[in-house]
Design a protein around this ligand. Sequence first.
Ligand code: CTP
Ligand code: MG
Length: 240
Amino acid sequence: MNASHGASRVVALVPAAGMGVRLGENKPKAFVPVGGSPMLALAVSGLIDSGSVDEVVVMVPAELVDETRALLPVSNILVHVVIGGAERTDSVRAGLNAAPDADFVLVHDAARALTPHSLITRVVDELRAGAQAVIPALPVTDTIKAVNATGAVVGTPDRASLRAIQTPQGFEAALLRAAYATGTQATDDAGLVELLGATVRTVPGDALAFKITTPLDLVLANTLVAQDGTTGTREAVTTR
Ligand code: CTP
Ligand code: MG
């Protein structure tokens, strides 16, 4: 049965095989707790509870497959655990291979553990409305500069046209498979799709979908959960 209206199947791939070097905890980042629950469990619960996803594939380090099965939420939704790879693209490729029946694919970082349900649904709704590729975007608040190898500024792009990009990123499954088949590299999944010449649409992101990357991010995430019970309500804080 599909979680949402329509016959097409939405499979969420959750890359969780990174080491979390910048966070500096004593375990891979997706397994670090936020408000007492591993980030990965929170991210998967968010996808399931959004009601917009039919199946989930999580990609984890090989030695943590059994531990992952034990920590994932119990649900009617099929959740597969597969072994990730050395780079994030390798992990996503492993997830794609485990989702042969997908019509639409979401790729959603485990490290965006507090992502609101409404953002997940916004991305899926845009796909169902006909978009081939959809990414959440927020205006940038800092001025961004390009620098050369010596650190000297070489340009200041107009901030009004810049966006910070989050996950979940959503794609027609065939398009993302084609992008991965090229074997090229990009810093996000949409970047690979752009190289094929496909149109990537943006929807408003949400500040709560921030990626927990540094120790400061972890303090913020734990504080949000402690103060607001964010993991329970997942209310959006920003819709533009
Ligand atoms: N990821 C993955 N496989 C990799 C690298 C990253 O599945 N080989 C996942 C991470 O687990 C994370 C997401 O991709 O959920 C975003 O990556 P990032 O924030 O960079 O996480 P890490 O790579 O774990 O962190 P760091 O770069 O600080 O080591
Ligand atoms: Mg990384």
